[in-house]
Design a protein around this ligand. Structure first.
Ligand SMILES: Cc1ncc(COP(=O)(O)O)c(C=O)c1O
Length: 412
């Protein structure tokens, strides 16, 4: 006998990434950390396998008065957070647009609010074929679907042709479109849309929007990993403004990775709107959504982010810490990429970030072969996801040859 409604019948509901991470933890307990490579979770770990937690973040947080930890944050977030998260999002690249921010529990909340307020029931959200799987969960949970474009062209660059074609088809059918672009430092591939690619996209949005002002084009840039991307990672933000009034740019900001606040559930949805009316409408709809879902966000996390960004000395210490770990991550990724090239392991184009993807015909079988050697890696639909964010440099050097062996064994 089924008690849940038909639409809510789900498979176990357990995230497959957490399942493999659990097996990795068991292997570490059994064989010792030195004998296991755990490349599963999307969080930054030190070389000894400890979760990195930024000192500045936790010093500020632990010095908050109790009332700033215990109190409600207000439905759209505390005012200081709503201002400072704009700094955290744009830094020196604030677009010339009407900007509003509404607090959400992590980037996930921002994505949820974009889906709920900018698409109709049954609409399809535009995603790349390589993507973070929970986008599909959020779409399904909200009774929406999804359509895919191919992320890469034959040169490993952004596949404009595929993007424009699926985009136009959806827009014609639905009269509106929500396109989620996770850049820079895309999960799972590490791809970052380049400035020339952004310029071409902006031309496309502008032409398409002008052709029919009744259509609605919403671009959600998911910047969950932006603070771990290299120099110039925010340069595109200024370009994404000044388009026709039927184009709206949104940002999903997450404090999970950039502030090491994963479990504190802190983030925001921001708009860079073409006019005040659209920005006000955005704030009203997203605030209403907050009230109707999780109500408030986490007060102490908002206070901490606001205090760090308000105080020049605190911000300097925080940015120095972020930079130190960005370098650690880049060194690990460079080690993996260099060794992959040496052994001839084929990768998706990687530019920045926590993850590197390896195309593979049978990812599950390849991951199982690696698991037998105590190498835990995530099997996606189209390949394997390696996580230099979680693996010491020495292991980043060791694994490409073993991954190649597994991939060669399963490829047709
Ligand atoms: C691509 C992408 N977007 C958004 C998020 C949102 O994370 P959170 O809700 O923890 O801020 C994640 C987290 O893993 C992610 O990988």
């Amino acid at each position: 006998m089924r008690m849940v409604i038909k639409d809510a019948v789900r498979e176990a509901g357990n995230d497959p990434i957490f399942a493999v991470a659990q097996r990795a933890s068991q292997a570490i307990a059994e064989y010792g950390a030195d004998n296991v490579v755990d490349s599963t979770l999307g969080a930054l770990f030190d070389d000894e396998g400890n979760l990195i937690c930024f000192d500045e973040v936790y010093t500020v947080l632990k010095n908050l008065p109790d009332a700033q930890i215990a109190g409600y944050a207000g439905i759209p977030g505390i005012p200081a957070f709503r201002t400072q998260v704009q700094e955290a999002c744009f830094r020196d690249h604030r677009p010339d647009a009407f900007i509003e921010a509404v607090a959400t529990p992590g980037g996930t909340g921002a994505i949820r609010n974009a889906v709920a307020n900018y698409t109709n029931y049954g609409d399809k959200i535009l995603l790349p074929d390589w993507h973070w799987a929970p986008y599909q969960t959020i779409a399904a949970e909200n009774r929406r679907g999804f359509a895919f474009f191919e992320l890469y062209d034959e040169n490993g660059d952004f596949n404009m042709q595929s993007y424009k074609s699926v985009f136009s088809e959806l827009l014609d059918k639905q009269g509106r479109i929500l396109s989620i672009l996770n850049t820079p430092a895309h999960n799972p591939t590490g791809y970052s849309i380049s400035i020339p690619e952004w310029k071409e996209l902006i031309d496309f949005y502008t032409t398409t929007a002008k052709a029919d002002p009744e259509k609605r084009i919403i671009i959600l840039v998911d910047i969950a990993y932006i603070d771990f991307a290299g120099e110039g990672s925010r340069d595109f933000m200024e370009l994404l403004a000044g388009m026709p009034e039927n184009v709206l740019v949104l940002y999903a900001f997450s404090a999970s990775k950039g502030y090491t606040m994963y479990g504190l559930r802190n983030g925001a949805i921001l708009c860079a709107a073409p006019n005040q009316e659209t920005a006000d409408e955005f704030a009203a709809s997203c605030t209403f959504s907050n009230r109707g879902t999780w109500s408030n966000g986490t007060r102490c996390a908002m206070e901490t982010l606001a205090k760090i960004n308000e105080d020049t000395d605190s911000l300097e210490r925080f940015l120095a810490e972020q930079a130190k770990y960005r370098v650690l991550l880049q060194k690990r990724a460079d080690a993996f990429l260099g060794e992959a090239e040496r052994v001839g392991l084929n990768l998706c184009s990687y530019r920045d970030g926590f993850f590197i993807s390896i195309p593979c015909d049978d990812p599950k079988a390849a991951a199982a072969m690696l698991e037998d050697q105590n190498i835990f890696i995530v099997a996606l639909k189209k390949g394997l996801r390696f996580a230099p964010c979680a693996v010491a440099e020495a292991d980043c050097l060791k694994v490409p040859a073993l991954i190649k062996k597994a991939v060669d064994a399963v490829n047709k």
